[in-house]
Write a protein that binds this ligand. Structure first.
Ligand code: SF4
Length: 938
């Protein structure tokens, strides 16, 4: 409308006349105004619909489960009314099908055929489908009474949904003179001009026809290009009927010659926006002529990256599209706050805890960090929360009493509000809404001081408005249902951009391009499934019936999108279509069907272009990392271990990031036991068991950094071990307490109960195998030299560090034992000279199979360096084989030891050689789980 008024003003100025601008309305505003009904907001409609549904359907699901279906039903009722379908015939009880068929005499043959197909679906069929059909029929049979009672309920309170308003006007217009109805609403208007419409519903057709007959309406259709009118092009689907029923009032401006079409394929979503400055430069679009260029965003999430990529010479930008509230940072923060309240826990002593996941999300949010940035005390509280890695976080630990703005925000967010999840109570909902509104009132004024936060402030206002509207409904629902309703309300909200209206580069969605022409058009995300958008609208009315009763089907959407596209390009001179060529998940990376139609159906010359400025990360893909003197110094200072050497063998670059630069992934709070935690609990239970009764009875765990508690029982006898076989319950109790320590939780629950059972079985089996070894060797006991024993030694000039799970003596012979809870196979300890080659030079899977050999060899060698000048043996307690095979005791042959020594020395001299860079892995397998993928650029 703004564009129309601008154009009209230009024409008036040109002609030197003064005119009063005509009133302009969208078609739905015209209907709302012309009929008396007030269209209610979505939540009011959903809640009213649910009330009616509950009365008719005793098995009604809770309100929050109903919301999705409620939206589907609202959509259906809208269609039924806008397309003037007879609800009594559409929603006929299928039990009365025979009668129903007789009543269809007024339908066309095609419609009757479609309905007969639908009916046949409910006869016979396989029994597995029986339940689905029965449930569908139960709902189907209440749709007519639901439609009627819902409309009545709304009418009684002076409200309506959009379709109801449309139908009301169409039906009234059949009985009363249209001029009288419109005169009462638009007293100063004699003529109405309909511009830019395409897919008309039956109500629109009825009203427009009556207006045409009364000679008070004119119609302007935009269908000038041959491509739009082509009978095989879906864009022409509605136009023939439109022009036949409502002849064109004005001569159409002829199209210029075909535009030039260019297609750019980019292997990235945001990479597409990086093409825009290049296109603008190439076409000579700058600050002075940018208002004849439209950038069309089929995927609105590209809006922010696009705005950040517009070159500085374009000073004015007009964004004619909303930005979805749910895509903003403000929404994410408020959503996490809401979820945190829903998941809070109250312990028996009434202390209140928040679940770590939402707390971490909140404190990691960029917006939250910005809000507390000035306050060192609050920052310290947050730091301590992060450091503690607790599963549940006590609300008391998130309090700050210094009275600053940041402290107020912290105290407000982390105060417990939802203390009863089961109660459906209007008071509880009101408190929850008040809490959210209080947070917004604290946050928004701080954000408003920062000019870069304009959009977030607009989001905050919209968020506040939605909460207020929901609060006003006085809903008797649980806090969870309230949160779902709020999310569903927010999901439809977009915030308009404040740009320079009618000036500068135009950025818009496909819908906003209707009735507008631009010389230059750049369409981003011109992918199949995005432009045109995949049709995902749901409906209770099966497609056959939709077709039969003339309701819109997916073909309708296809025709609408095709019209958008072909109309938009019909008067352009340059059209760029940029698409994301990656195939990822459900994204196909396929160019839009419209590009294919231009090429193959209309035989237009479409130029394919290669994306310039490809993503930078790939530019140094194969670059090795140059080694420096400093790196060598660092390596000499650090302690290496078998696993860091393994990293070097897999990928020297990974060794560089991990060992030389000391980069680590942030610790995360664990949700459930992962593989390394299972290993840790198994190790620690065995450690406690070999330390004796007191350790098994205590709830103390083992601090990884505490290397002092390495002393076990002096002797671990067969009797001692056998006594534990009878105390499975006590072992399980210890396992539970160690799991709680790992998870920083107070209880073992869910899947972890199964994990605890598995670990208990591992421990019992280890005890059995130990008893077996003692009996077989005719020994009475193991002599424990150390448990989880840290060892340090130098090998070939470098410092090494390791932790031996269990160092003991059996019949006087020293034994290094390792517990393995992964897939390691003890057979890999059978060592030959050939195995030494595989450890260092084998393919990645061979090396990994043999990695235990490297570990045991290095531990043995370190012990030697530490002065254990005696024969050594090694054992692997591998849970993968322990349940079927006994635990072996091996001793490495001399040929293996000397081959290993040779390889290890040469590896160390390579690591210390400044001429040899840290190369990147040749084998993609190494990169699969690498923590440094993002920075490595491989
Ligand atoms: S991503 Fe691959 S090449 Fe890069 S550091 Fe990791 S393992 Fe090495």
């Amino acid at each position: 409308m703004a564009f129309f008024n601008k154009h009209l003003a230009g024409l008036a100025a040109e002609a030197g006349v003064v005119i009063i601008a005509p009133q302009t309305l969208t078609i739905s505003d015209f209907f709302s105004k012309a009929s008396a009904g007030t269209v209610a907001d979505r939540i009011t409609l959903l809640v009213s619909l649910y009330d009616c549904y509950k009365e008719l359907y005793p098995k009604a699901e809770p309100l929050d489960d109903f919301i999705f279906w409620g939206d589907v039903l609202l959509g259906d009722f809208n269609d039924v009314d806008k397309y003037l379908a007879d609800p009594a015939q559409l929603y006929t009880n299928v039990a009365d099908l025979r009668n129903m068929q007789d009543d269809f005499s007024y339908l066309t043959d095609n419609q009757r055929e479609a309905i007969t197909k639908f009916i046949s679906h409910f006869k016979g069929g396989d029994s597995r489908e029986g339940d689905v059909k029965a449930t569908f029929m139960q709902i189907w049979n209440i749709l007519l009474p639901l439609y009627r009672s819902f409309r009545k309920k709304l009418s009684d309170s002076g409200l309506a949904y959009e379709g109801m308003v449309y139908r009301e006007l169409a039906e009234r217009i059949r009985k009363e003179p249209v001029s009288d109805i419109l005169k009462a609403v638009f007293p100063n208007t004699d003529r109405f001009i309909f511009v830019g419409l395409n897919a008309l519903n039956e109500c629109e057709k009825t009203v427009m026809l009556k207006m045409k007959e009364a000679s008070i309406a004119e119609f302007c259709w935009d269908f000038c290009s041959d491509m739009i009118r082509h009978p095989l092009n879906k864009s022409s689907h509605f136009m023939n009927d439109n022009v036949r029923m409502f002849p064109q009032a004005f001569r159409l401006e002829p199209v210029r010659k075909d535009p030039s079409f260019k297609v750019i394929s980019v292997p990235s979503a945001t990479g597409q926006v990086k093409q825009v400055p290049e296109i603008l430069r190439e076409t000579g679009i700058n600050g002075s002529n940018s208002d004849d260029c439209a950038i069309v965003l089929a995927d609105e999430t590209l809006l922010m990256p696009l705005l950040n990529s517009i070159p500085p010479e374009i000073e004015s930008i007009n964004v004619t599209m909303g930005y979805p509230l749910i895509a903003g940072e403000f929404y994410s923060l408020m959503r996490d706050i809401t979820r945190m309240q829903i998941h809070l826990r109250i312990k028996k002593d009434k202390s209140i805890f928040f679940y770590h996941k939402q707390v971490w999300n909140i404190i990691s949010s960029g917006l939250f960090k910005r809000l507390i940035d000035e306050d060192e005390e609050v920052k310290e509280i947050i730091k301590n929360i992060k450091k503690s890695l607790r599963y549940y976080i006590c609300a008391e630990d998130l309090k700050c009493g210094n009275g600053s703005d940041a402290a107020k925000i912290l105290n407000c967010i982390f105060k417990p509000v939802v203390t009863d999840l089961s109660r459906a109570d209007a008071g509880l909902v009101r408190n929850f809404a008040d809490y959210q509104m209080e947070i917004i009132s604290l946050i928004a004024p701080i954000l408003a001081k920062d000019p870069s936060m304009v959009l977030e402030v607009d989001f905050a206002k919209e968020y506040y408005r939605c909460i207020k509207s929901l609060r006003g409904k006085k809903l008797e629902v649980t806090a969870q249902t309230y949160a779902h309703l709020l999310e569903s309300l927010l999901s439809g909200v977009s915030v308009p951009f404040r740009g320079e209206p009618l000036k500068g580069l135009q950025v818009m969605g496909p819908l906003e391009t209707r009735a507008l022409d631009f010389r230059n058009v750049i369409i981003l995300s011109c992918n199949e499934g995005v432009f045109p958008r995949k049709n995902v609208s749901s409906s209770f009315i099966p497609p056959q019936l939709r077709k039969g009763f003339g309701l819109p089907t997916y073909e309708y959407q296809d025709a609408v999108w095709a019209y958008y596209f072909y109309r938009l390009i019909s008067r352009a001179e340059n059209v760029w279509m940029v698409f994301d060529s990656r195939t990822e998940g459900v994204k196909s990376g396929e160019e839009s069907r419209y590009i294919k139609q231009l090429r193959y159906h209309f035989n237009k010359p479409v130029e394919d272009m290669v994306a310039k400025n490809p993503i930078e990360a790939s530019s140094n893909e194969s670059d090795d990392i140059i080694k420096t003197e400093e790196d060598i110094r660092t390596i000499r200072e650090k302690y290496l271990s078998p696993s860091t050497l393994q990293k070097y063998l897999d990928c020297p670059a990974q060794f560089y990031y991990h060992t030389v630069k000391g980069l680590r992934k942030d610790d995360e709070v664990a949700e459930t036991m992962d593989a390394s935690m299972i290993g840790e609990v198994y190790h620690n239970t065995m450690r406690a068991l070999l330390m004796g009764e007191d350790e098994m009875n205590s709830d103390a765990s083992f601090d990884k950094r505490d290397n002092n508690r390495t002393k076990g029982l002096e002797k671990v006898s067969t009797e001692y071990l056998e006594s534990w076989l009878k105390r499975e319950k006590d072992i399980r109790r210890k396992v539970y307490s160690l799991i709680c320590a790992e998870l920083k939780s107070d209880e073992v629950s869910g899947r972890d109960l199964v994990t605890a059972e598995v670990i208990t079985r591992y421990v019992l089996m280890t005890i059995k195998r130990d008893i077996e070894i003692l009996k077989e060797r005719r020994c009475n006991a193991f002599i424990i030299e150390g448990l989880e024993l840290p060892i340090h030694a130098k090998i070939s000039g470098l410092k090494f560090f390791g932790v031996i799970d269990r160092l003991d003596r059996l019949d006087g012979v020293l034994r290094v034992s390792d517990y393995k809870s992964g897939k390691d196979d003890p057979k890999s300890l059978l060592a030959t000279a050939d195995s030494a080659d595989k450890v260092f030079e084998g393919k990645i899977d061979e090396r990994h199979k043999k990695k235990a050999l490297l570990q045991f060899y290095i531990y043995n060698r370190m012990l030697e360096e530490m002065g254990y000048a005696e024969q050594m043996t090694d054992s692997m307690y591998a849970v993968s084989s322990m349940f079927k095979d006994p635990v072996g005791i091996v001793s490495f042959p001399e040929e293996f030891n000397s081959a290993m020594q040779e390889h290890l020395d040469s590896l160390i001299s390579e690591i210390l050689n400044i001429e040899i860079p840290f190369s990147k892995a040749d084998d993609e397998e190494s990169c699969k789980w690498c923590d440094f993928k993002m920075i490595c650029g491989k």
